[in-house]
Design a protein around this ligand. Structure first.
Ligand code: APR
Length: 277
């Protein structure tokens, strides 16, 4: 499946569609029993971890779909679409400028630290795929990491496609350092745009023995579909979330609670190769 196919099959918009016809290629799916997850916990080599806004909540970064469905006072549709950028670039740029500036006031929490420890110490393959645009995973020390929805501290030229590290305000019309077009925008994957590095993600999912989803509502594709894809490829699947996500029923096991507690416990369990209890 190429990038183009991903864009068609998993549009980055809309609600979870459990009966999506495109999933027919994987046949019927039934979650394994929890006992199965426990049994294989000691024979796992390759891990893919998906993180969402919930992992950064305890650092003080608002999630997207909290009470009221607002993201720091804005409907996500007002600031996270190409149409919004075209209609009111000043609003969209300012929104992300504030988010970028706010990163200096927050720090990685115990969940980020635990994943960074797992990244350092896990002997097998590991990939952290984050939907988050904050930089808390890398500040905690994680390196086997990709930002599928972009990054606040990057700018993207809408004309030549070059990316640049960006730490300050980014007013509309800022010239691109590479091609000089006044077209730099925040390097954020908006609704309707195709997330980054999908081929690499699918390759990792295909090899995964364990897929773990942390702090994500399962409301936005393609990430919401990773659990079923991983499962279809043969991985065990585990959810660590404050409450049940939209796709919770697809996981072999769900552990409910704050990421700051659940993730360090799980990482300790993996590194000591103790089966779950
Ligand atoms: N620990 C664990 N999970 C938590 C915590 C916490 N302390 N706090 C909240 N959560 C959970 C919520 O229960 C919810 O299921 O995190 C999830 C956050 O969901 P969303 O706000 O929808 O965030 P996310 O899933 O990352 O959104 C996906 O949507 O708007 C787009 O591109 C944006 O990347 C984003 C994508």
């Amino acid at each position: 499946m190429g990038d183009g196919d991903f864009g068609r099959v998993f549009p980055n918009a809309g609600p979870v569609r459990r009966n999506c016809e495109h999933w027919g290629r994987f046949g019927s799916y039934a979650p394994r029993s929890r006992a199965t997850v426990v049994a294989v916990m000691t024979s796992i080599a390759n891990i893919v971890i998906l993180t969402g806004a919930g992992i950064s909540a305890e650092s003080g970064i608002a999630t997207f779909r909290g009470p009221g469905g607002l993201w720091e006072g804005h409907r996500v549709e007002d600031v996270c679409t190409p149409e919004a950028l075209a209609a009111d670039p000043a609003l969209v740029h300012r929104f992300y400028d504030l988010r970028r500036a706010a990163l200096s006031k927050v720090s990685p929490n115990a969940a980020h630290e635990a994943l960074a420890r797992l990244d350092r110490e896990w002997p097998g393959a590991l990939l952290i795929v984050t939907q988050n645009v904050d930089d808390l995973h890398e500040r905690a020390g994680a390196s086997r990491l990709l930002h599928m929805h972009g990054a606040l501290k990057q700018a993207l030229c809408a004309v030549c496609g070059e990316r640049f590290e960006w730490y300050d305000a980014l007013p509309p019309g800022t010239p691109c350092p590479a091609c000089a077009a006044p077209a730099l925008r925040p390097d954020i994957v908006f609704f309707g745009e195709i997330p980054y590095q999908m081929e690499r993600i699918e390759a990792a999912l295909a090899e995964a023995d364990l897929f773990v989803s942390i702090g994500t509502s399962g409301a936005v594709y393609p990430a919401a579909g990773f659990v079923r894809m991983a499962s279809a490829y043969g991985a065990e699947t585990l959810e660590l979330n404050l409450d049940r996500s939209d796709g919770s029923g697809w996981f072999d096991e769900s552990r409910l609670g704050p990421a700051g507690q659940l993730v360090p416990q799980w990482v300790e369990q993996m590194l000591s190769r103790r089966p779950a209890r």
